[in-house]
Design a protein around this ligand. Sequence first.
Ligand code: ZN
Length: 232
Amino acid sequence: MRIIQDALAAPEQTVTRDAFYPTLERILILAPHTDDAELGCGATIARLVEAGREVYLAAFSRAEASLPLGSKPNRLGEEFVKATDTLGIVEERAVIYNYPVRELTYHRQEILEELIALRCKIKPQAVLLPAATDLHQDHQVVHLEGVRAFKDITVWGYELPWNHVTFSAHAFVTVQLRHLQKKWDALKCYESQFELGRSYFSWEFIAGLARVRGTQVHEQYAEAFEVIRVKC
Ligand SMILES: [Zn+2]
């Protein structure tokens, strides 16, 4: 009887918190604007950093033209440095370019060349970028050029619901409350965006979306991604 009970017992839990994509060592995240990566996949970044992975982040615009009146031009750049530091991204792994907001489409070739340079330097095994259905004009440029530059490796699209009519949630990265808290702490560095009253800069929204995505996979919290390409 004892033997039968043992056989029916749940197997010992062997999954560790480092089990997420164990072969992924270097992950590059592409953000059209300074806050997009934190908003789209901040909790995933926190989980990857905690798991000891090399996380790189490239933002393409400091969005100087979208700041509250009277702000100094590099305000979002300074907020980006604080936010990435809060997430635990090593300083040298977070880069910011200064293309003008809403005009990335006029700089597509230069952006592609920056991406090729990043590919050669970092040699990432996976890239997270805006999803294909993101309607923001700058996000479309980073999506298209990103897929073009990294079409031979794993590419996932992150979710920014206010920019989507539709979003295909193919993949779910489960996260713990501590990862979500890190995401929120990073977002709180963007004081300029709170001043502008962005509705998605709220704990209620961040936690609510993570709870919805978590519920879809029977977990408490998750972030959802569109799977564009997988290489494993
Ligand atoms: Zn953006």
